[in-house]
Design a protein around this ligand. Sequence first.
Ligand code: CDP
Length: 234
Amino acid sequence: MRPDGRKNDEMRKIEAKVGVIEKADGSAMFKIGNTIAIAGVYGPKPVRPKHLEDPEKVLLKCYYDMYSFSVPERKRPGPDRRSIELSMVIKNALLPAIFVKEYPKSQIDVFVSIVQADAGTRCAAISAAAMALADAGIAMKDIVAAVAVGRVNNEIVVDLTKEEEDIEGTTDMPIAYMPRMKKFTLLQLDGKMPADDIKKALELAKTSCEKIYEIQKKALKDKYLKMRENENKD
Ligand code: CDP
C-alpha cells in the first residue's frame, strides 16, 4: 500500500481545463494531485531577436517557472539552474509533436507556471503545455501526455508524490509520450533500476499517458463545445 493509499498503477486525481488565460493565444491548466501547472502559448509571431530566425522551421521557446509559494520551503523567485534545465526538457518533449516546418521564420513562446508543487511538475508542465499549443491552433501531429513512473519500496508505481520521492532508494522516471504516434519524447532516470523494471515502468507510463490523453482531449473538446453554445446564444 502506498503512503496515500493508492494502488501502484493509480494516478492522483487529475483535472484539466483549456482556455484559462484570455490574453494568450492558447492556454491550459493541468492538475494532478497537489501539483498544478498553468501554461500560456503566445504565437506564432515574428522572431525576436531576428538573427535567431530559422528559414526552415519554428523557433520554440519554453519557460518553466515555479512560484515561490508553490513549495513548502519558499523558492527564491526567478530563473535558476533547475528551471533552465526543465525549460529545455519541456521544449524537447514538445517539439516532436509540432509540425515545425509549418512555421518558418516564426517563434512560439510557451510559458508554464507551477503554482503548487507536490512532485511531477515537469510532467504536469508538459501535459498542460501540449493542451495550450493545441488550443492556440498550432499544427500538431499528436498531443503529448506526461507522467512520472518509478520504483518505491521495490514496487513499480506511477505518479510519485514528493513524500514517495523522498523515501530512501526511490527511483524516479519522468516520461512523456505521444499516444497516437506511440512514441516517447522524454525519458529521464533519477536513480538506479534493473532493465526488467525499466520495461515494466515504461509499460505503466504508456497506459497512464493514454489515460491522461483522454482527459486532455476532453478538456479541449469541452472548450469548443462551450464556445459553440455561447455562439448559439448570441
Ligand atoms: O517536479 P519534478 O518532479 O519534475 O522535478 P524535481 O526537480 O525532481 O522536483 C521534485 C519536487 O521537489 C517538486 O515537484 C517539488 O515538490 C519539490 N521541490 C521543492 O520542494 N523545492 C524546490 N526548490 C524544488 C523542488
